[in-house]
Write a protein that binds this ligand. Structure first.
Ligand code: PNW
Length: 453
């Protein structure tokens, strides 16, 4: 059965997303200071095959050809992050002008190619100098982060279309400070709860500071969000699903939208931690609820919660083991629009890792093509039903450093040969290019985009 090709709004933002530590390389060039990921990568056993982001995709040197790639994909936007230690090697104080110049050139390069710069301030690569002072567990980080935001705004504020304070604070707090699977590798729940609280204060203060300088671009934040389903109708499963939803979704949504933490999760942490529960000033948390121009949503999969250890059978999964669940993007956006309304949403990340093979200069990643088609189909449904989604950023432009998995997981629509730094468009990149081209009226005819939905 062929479906009608859905039409997205004419002014829709079409992009790809990356982050600094995952693609830039040049980790010790031009005065960049060490980040917590440089240090974490040195700890034995933390990253698969002992890999690191020291060279990665060498985007720091190859940025012009990478921007050409984005332009040739018919896109009109690019989401990237700034490496804090490249700009402020000590995390504060002395500015490394060479580092700041890189982003200055990058942004000019984007504008020359008709691409809107969507800048993320924090995508996990904290300066090690600040980690030495406790990182996100130190209340002073609220000021350090605000000063960093203002440093960037002074140099780049005339040209940045969109400012995002944080990428996925859940990952920073939970994976970085509780599970220890991300840098800085701490495994302590009270510290994680405290870190998540300071991130909220830093978000609020940075937004206030940017507004205070009459920021031209729009300001928002990016959360990783998930539909959460109980495996069965049992009260235990239902309760467990509600708690997980409170801990992963509402713990990050409620501060930003309401200036509060969800009662269910707060109670849970208090019961679990007792005297070790950090002393959170809930009055001060209100600063987190600044009016935002957009919420960025990173959607990858859903959680299916069973208290009896049941797992979903017969579902397709990506190379990360994540369920492929395209309807989730529709459900998530509908729920968000009802519970947490904001003038606009972006899908700031959506994509998948698969076992791609480069053969004769081609990567036939049919699974990724279908993944994108199906998610865009369900996203379009949400838009048709009135959810104000203004853009979609595919994760990711390039195969890149996938954190604890090193280079083993390939998320790119463009294949990277890490020996030669050769970029090769996968079938998914060609499909996305033609689809977006047709949506934007750039191509007269796009045969590959026919009858896909
Ligand atoms: C996001 N999880 O990370 C990040 O924003 C990207 O840097 C990353 O490359 C991408 O998704 C793919 O993983 C996540 O455990 C990391 O649920 C972990 C999780 C979710 C997102």
């Amino acid at each position: 059965m062929t479906h009608k090709i859905p039409t997205f709004p004419a002014d829709f933002t079409w992009g790809v997303a990356t982050s600094a530590y995952q693609i830039e390389g040049a980790a010790f060039e031009d005065g960049r200071g060490p980040s917590i990921w440089d240090a974490y990568a040195l700890m034995p056993g933390k990253i698969l095959n002992g890999e690191n982001g020291t060279t990665s995709c060498d985007h720091y040197h190859l940025w012009q050809q990478d921007l050409d790639l984005i332009q040739n994909l018919n896109l009109n936007a690019y989401r990237f992050s700034v490496s804090w230690p490249r700009v402020l090697p000590e995390g504060m104080g002395q500015i490394n002008e060479k580092g700041l110049d890189f982003y200055d050139r990058l942004i000019d390069g984007l504008l020359e190619r008709g691409l809107d710069p969507h800048l993320t301030l924090y995508h996990w690569d904290l300066p090690q100098a600040l980690q030495n002072r406790g990182g996100w567990a130190n209340p002073d980080i609220v000021q350090w982060f605000t000063d960093y935001a203002l440093t960037l705004h002074r140099k780049l504020g005339d040209r940045v279309k969109s400012w995002c304070t944080f990428n996925e604070p859940w990952c920073t707090a939970e994976l970085g400070y509780h599970i220890g699977r991300h840098a800085p590798g701490i495994q302590d729940l009270p510290t994680a709860v405290l870190a998540s609280y300071h991130i909220q204060l830093a978000h609020g203060q940075a937004v206030l500071a940017l507004r205070g300088e009459n920021v031209r671009g729009e300001v928002g934040t990016v959360l990783n969000l998930y539909p959460v389903d109980p495996a069965t109708g049992s009260p235990e499963d239902q309760e467990a699903a509600l708690l997980l939803d409170a801990k992963i979704n509402c713990w990050y949504l409620d501060p930003v939208f309401r200036g509060t933490f969800p009662e269910r999760a707060l109670q849970h942490y208090q019961n679990q931690l007792g005297a070790k529960m950090p002393d959170l000033d809930l009055e001060a948390l209100k600063v987190a609820a600044q009016p935002l121009d957009f919420l960025g949503v990173n959607y990858y999969y859903r959680y299916w919660v069973s208290t009896e250890g049941k797992t979903l059978q017969n579902v397709e999964r990506t190379d990360m083991g994540w369920e492929i669940y395209p309807e989730g993007i529709y459900r998530l956006m509908k729920d968000l629009h009802r519970e947490y309304p904001v003038p606009k949403y972006y899908i700031t990340e959506n994509g998948a890792a698969f076992k791609d093979e480069l053969v004769n200069g081609q990567v036939h990643d049919a699974e990724r093509v279908r993944f994108l088609q199906d998610h865009l189909h369900h996203l379009q449904r949400a838009i048709a039903e009135g959810v104000p989604v203004s853009g979609y950023f595919e994760w990711s432009l390039l195969d890149n450093f996938e954190w604890a998995f090193g280079y083993a997981k390939r998320f790119g629509i463009v294949h990277v040969d890490y020996d030669t730094q050769q970029r090769t468009l996968k079938d998914s990149a060609k499909w996305y290019r033609d689809f977006v081209g047709e949506q934007r009226g750039i191509l007269q005819k796009a045969p590959q985009a026919k009858g896909i939905f």
